[in-house]
Design a protein around this ligand. Structure first.
Ligand code: MOS
Length: 731
């Protein structure tokens, strides 16, 4: 079969939905026009644990415009059936809104006020008096009771650590982080009889559909979830949270469509977070810089009612060939709401620890950090001996070191000054496991030479509309503007969660397949049609370009889709697909990166300024270079936040988050961000998926924080093992 010419894939296309977004025509969940919608405001618990002993609603109900105050004392019983969607059914028992009097965490919804105007609902909510029987919550990771560990082991760790020439015993503490997408979570819910429609901010349209159908006990196809635009997510939209159920419940009780928008403050205890970690690592190496053993003891917070885990163990198992590795990962139930994946989930934490420790070992041994990593580069995945599909980490180091000017780094800490500033360079490797999941799609090629592709995925910002359009355009041989890629509606074929770096590999493979099918249908139609100039040509010799089918190498012999379909009386061709990841030889498939950075630390004030940063990625094929750069820059910015700024602070007396706003929860702003540069190693990985991509979205943050911590050490001689690295820690 002649390969289709690739015109759109690899081109630095601007976003196909960019104009709609910058002109305000893209409607986000809360902006949808729903006739007769009334407003709901959640009243959230002001204690960290205990019981609701009474809800006084009289004053609230007296506010003109208030329709109803709903709480556990008057809410209907909801079925809350189990379902098979992972993130909505973690081990434990999910929070069931208004079904009992228990308060499990500060900020839990305890009532909702529904009113004809937002102002009346807000005023009403301020007048609801909730009485509590309060208990002292446990919200400090150090005070909780850990559960049973998940374990991994290979080799003899005890002997390895005993006999090691150099042994490091290190304790790392990572702060809780919140996603803070620009768009707050919001839901508009409407019941039409027993049919529920929600406009909801979510990264998983089919997951939210399934969850709502089981919570309310209605058939799956009675629930429709609509979500064409998402203003950022970072993982906070990867499950259906209680407020979405509250909106649907309020709509059911009042018989009106209900709009519910979380406040920025409510986003801090309503939509998950990156859990805090206490991570102890003992690392042993020989004098030649060969790792001999590593012992990882990992504690992370979860809620008292659900057990959330993430792939924090993976980097410690497979980044380096270490004969002895032992890991124990325990979750610690606290009186908090349930965490969720956030920006490089698990890996960003594990990589921080492993890559910080590698820098310490390099320093102890007097070996260059890159050279130390080279000496421990495995030939196959050390966790299970699977061959790597592709692993070009050494190339990432070589290219990065050259482009960054690594040879100018002085190994001795605190040896470069620029006025008041101490200057340092650091680097770190990064890894993120490539996920590929089943995904469905359908498409039609119209007689006017345009195509429509539909599936239920989301676009939270990576540019899914655009990158999928590029894949479709090339597979169909159409111009980008002739392709209409539609997403964000549960009426479209189901797709996996829009997260975990898997959308391009999964949805992209479905798009490729469904468009390949359409093209082949058209080619078959042409070769069988006696009136076609392509009649009798072998289908394998035909390509499509600019909407015109022609013989490969002979553009003159051919005709357009339009002509072909019209002559054959076909209004359209249709196809659908159910993509399943290929099950061939089992490979270890991951994206890899090397990040280099230079920081300046004020010698007197301890302020850290990032001067420059470069990341080199082995992420397989790059479909959309401009979007990839946006992802890479976003990942570096997120990593700078994780390393230097982001920290959710809890008052352990009552479980209140004290910095639940964007003034006190620090995220990087433009003034914090220097020149950032991304380089992609050319190449594809067809063992990963038919598109040859390994995923970029999560990879881009993994390795940024340790590179910064290592640069801070090189600048100051101070080894900070707590995130974020604050000025206080450097004084
Ligand atoms: Mo990403 S943390 O899976 O949205």
């Amino acid at each position: 079969m002649s390969p289709q010419p690739q015109a759109a894939v690899g081109a630095p296309l601007s976003r196909v939905d960019g104009r709609l977004k910058v002109t305000g025509q893209a409607r986000y969940a809360a902006e949808s026009d729903v006739d007769g919608a009334v407003h709901a405001v959640i009243v959230d618990a002001s204690i960290g644990r205990g019981r609701v002993t009474g809800v006084d609603t009289d004053d609230a109900e007296a506010v003109p415009g208030v329709l109803r105050v709903i709480h556990h004392g008057n809410a209907p019983t909801l079925p809350y059936r189990d379902n098979s969607s992972g993130s909505n059914n973690l081990p434990g028992r999910k929070l069931r809104v208004f079904q009992d009097d228990r308060v499990l965490f500060h900020g839990q919804p305890v009532a909702v006020v529904v009113a004809t105007t937002l102002e009346a609902a807000q005023h009403g909510a301020s007048l609801v008096k909730v009485r509590y029987d309060a208990e002292r919550p446990t919200t400090d990771l150090a005070e909780g009771e850990p559960g049973e560990p998940t374990r991994y082991a290979r080799g003899d760790v005890a002997a390895g650590l005993r006999d090691a020439d150099v042994r490091l015993d290190l304790t790392y503490r990572l702060a809780r982080n919140h996603h803070n997408p620009m768009e707050p979570h919001a839901t508009i819910a409407r019941w039409d009889g027993n049919r529920l429609t929600v406009w909801d901010k979510t990264q998983w349209v089919p997951g939210t559909q399934l969850e709502l159908s089981t919570v309310f006990g209605v058939p799956l196809d009675s629930v429709r979830v609509i979500n064409p635009y998402v203003g950022g997510g970072f993982g906070s939209g990867l499950r259906c949270w209680p407020h979405t159920v509250v909106a649907a419940l309020a709509a059911r009780v009042t018989g009106r469509p209900v709009k519910l928008v979380l406040t920025r403050r409510q986003m801090y205890f309503g939509t998950g977070f990156r859990p805090s970690y206490d991570y102890r690592l003992s690392l042993g190496g020989d004098r030649n810089g060969r790792l001999v053993a590593a012992d990882h003891r990992i504690d992370a917070e979860t809620s008292s009612y659900e057990t959330f885990t993430e792939a924090v163990m993976t980097p410690g198992q497979m980044l380096y060939s270490t004969p002895g590795v032992r890991q124990a990962y325990r979750t610690v139930p606290l009186d908090v709401h349930t965490p969720i994946w956030m920006r490089g989930p698990g890996a960003a934490t594990g990589v921080f620890v492993v890559e910080s420790a590698m820098d310490e070992l390099a320093h102890e041994l007097g070996i260059d950090p890159i050279e130390l990593r080279r000496r421990n580069e495995p030939a196959q995945d050390p966790s299970d001996n699977a061959p790597f599909s592709t692993r070009r980490l050494l190339e990432c180091y070589t290219v990065g070191a050259r482009e960054f000017g690594w040879q100018r780094r002085k190994p001795k800490p605190r040896s470069t000054r620029d006025g008041d500033w101490l200057i340092g360079m650091g680097m770190a490797a990064g890894v993120y496991h490539t996920a590929v999941s089943p995904a469905q799609s359908r498409a039609r090629l119209n007689a006017d030479g345009t195509a429509v592709i539909e599936c239920a995925t989301s676009d939270m910002g990576p540019g899914t509309y655009t990158s999928q359009t590029q894949v479709a355009a090339d597979a169909l041989g159409l111009a980008v503007r002739a392709v209409d890629f539609r997403l964000g509606d549960s009426r479209y074929p189901p797709t996996p969660p829009h997260g975990g770096s898997q959308t391009m590999a999964s949805v992209g493979s479905a798009t490729l397949d469904v468009c390949d099918q359409l093209r082949r249908q058209a080619i078959r139609l042409a070769v069988e049609d006696e009136e076609s100039p392509l009649h009798g040509v072998s289908p394998d010799d035909i390509v499509v370009r600019g909407g015109r089918l022609h013989v490969q190498g002979n553009p003159a012999r051919g005709e357009s889709y339009q002509r072909l379909l019209t002559r054959n009386g076909r209004a359209r061709l249709e196809a659908d697909t159910s993509f399943t990841p290929p099950r061939g030889e089992r490979f270890s498939i991951s994206g890899y990166s090397a990040t280099f950075t230079e920081v300046a630390v004020d010698a007197t004030l301890g302020l850290v300024r990032v001067r420059r940063m470069l990341s080199v990625y082995d992420a397989g094929r790059i479909i959309s270079p401009k979007l990839a750069d946006s992802q890479a820059i976003g990942g570096m910015v997120g990593g700078i936040g994780q390393a230097l700024l982001e920290h959710t602070v809890t008052d352990h007396r009552d479980g209140r988050i004290v910095n639940a706003n964007l003034a006190d929860y620090l995220v990087p702003v433009n003034a914090d961000i220097p020149d950032l540069r991304a380089i992609y190693l050319d190449g594809e990985d067809y063992d990963a998926d038919p598109l040859g991509v390994k995923g970029l979205a999560e990879l881009v943050i993994c390795g940024v924080a340790p590179a910064l911590a290592n640069a801070v050490f090189n600048a100051t001689g101070r080894r900070v093992r707590e995130l974020p690295i604050t000025a206080e820690a450097l004084l």
